[in-house]
Design a protein around this ligand. Sequence first.
Ligand code: ADP
Ligand code: MG
Length: 363
Amino acid sequence: PDGSGRIAVTMQIDEDRLKLTKDTRAELFSADLFSRAVRIDLGTSNTLVYVKSKGIVVSEPTIVVVESSNERKVRAVGDDAKIMLGRTTEGVMAVRPMREGVITDFDMTQILLQYFTRKAVGSSYLVKPRLFLTYPCSISGIERRAVMEAAKYSGGRKVYLVEKPFAAALGSGLPVFDPSGCMIVDIGGGTTDVSVISLGGVVISHSIRVGGVKMDEAIINFIKREFNILIGDRTAEEVKLDLGAALPIREERRARIRGRDMVTNLPQTTEITSTQIYQAIHEPCSAILSAIKWVLERTPPELAADVMHNGIYITGGGSLLYGMDQMIASELGIPVLLAKESMDCAALGLGNIIENFDLLQHL
Ligand code: ADP
Ligand code: MG
C-alpha cells in the first residue's frame, strides 16, 4: 500500500522491456515519417547516403580537402575533393579519413559525415537526424566506438550501427530471414567482408584488410619494380579499372601510363599489358579467395550445403573486377552471383531496415 489506499504493483522488468520495444518502434517509425533518418554507408573509398522517398542522394568518394594551417577550414569534400587528390597546392591537403575500414582521422570523418548529412537533408531541420551507419565486422570495439562518436559529433541525434554484410545482403534482396544460409562477400576499397547469414543474423563472418586499394598498391609496386616508374594512386586505379582482371584475359589489351622515372626524375610513359596487371593484382585476389575458403571451412554443415546450393553473392566495387566471379566460382566449384547494384546495396539495405519492423531487434 502506498498510503493513499491504493496498492502499488511493481512490474519493473517486464514494463521496462515493453517500454523499450514500444518506444524504439515509435521512435523509429516517427523518424521515418518525417524523413529525419539518414542512412550512411561509410566506406573506405566511397560514402553513400540514403534518404527515404529520395533513395541514394549522395554517392561520393570518402575524401576531404582542408587547409594545412587550419584543419577546420574545409576546401572540398567528396567528388570535388577527389579531383584535387594528388594535385593539391601548398597549404592545402587532401585526406582520406578512413583506411582499411577503420577511421584513421577522427576530425575529418566527422566533417565528412556532417557535410554529407547536410547535403542529404539540409541544415534547416530543427530536429537533428538519426543516423544509421554500416561498419565492417572485423573492427574492434574501440574502432566501432569511434564510428559512433564521429557520427554523434557530426550532428546525429541518435546513432545506430548495422553490420556491413547484413546491410549488403538485405540490399541485394537476399532472403536473410529464411532458415537457409546465404553467403555474401563485400569487396570494398579497404576491406573484404565475408559472412554467412541465416534467420536474420550473421552466423559466421570474417574480414580481411584487403580490397580495391590493396590492388592499386600492388599495381604501383609492380610498375615501380618492373619499369622504375612511380605512378600515383589515381593512375593506378584507372589502370586497374581499364585492364585489371582476376583471371588471365585471352585477348591481351594494352594501355599507356604516365609517371615519374625514378632514375632521371623526369616524366615518363610506358606501355603496360593486361597480363602484367593480372600478375600484379594476383596476390590480393588470392587473399580474397582464401578469406572465402576460411569462412566456408568454418560454416556449419547444413548452412554450407545451403551456400553450395544457393551460391555466393559478391558485392562492393571490387566485385566488378573483370573475372572476379568466375575466378571464385572455378576455384571453389560453387556458383557465384554478382549482386544487383553492387556498389549501392549496403546503402539500400540500410534503407530497408526501418520499413521492416522485424529488423529492429538486430539493431
Ligand atoms: P567501400 O565501400 O570500401 O568504400 P566500394 O564498394 O565503394 O568500397 O568499392 C570501391 C573500390 O572498388 C575501389 O577500390 C575501386 O577502385 C573499386 N572498383 C570500382 N569499380 C571497379 C571495377 N569496375 N573493377 C575493379 N575495381 C573497381
Ligand atoms: Mg561499400
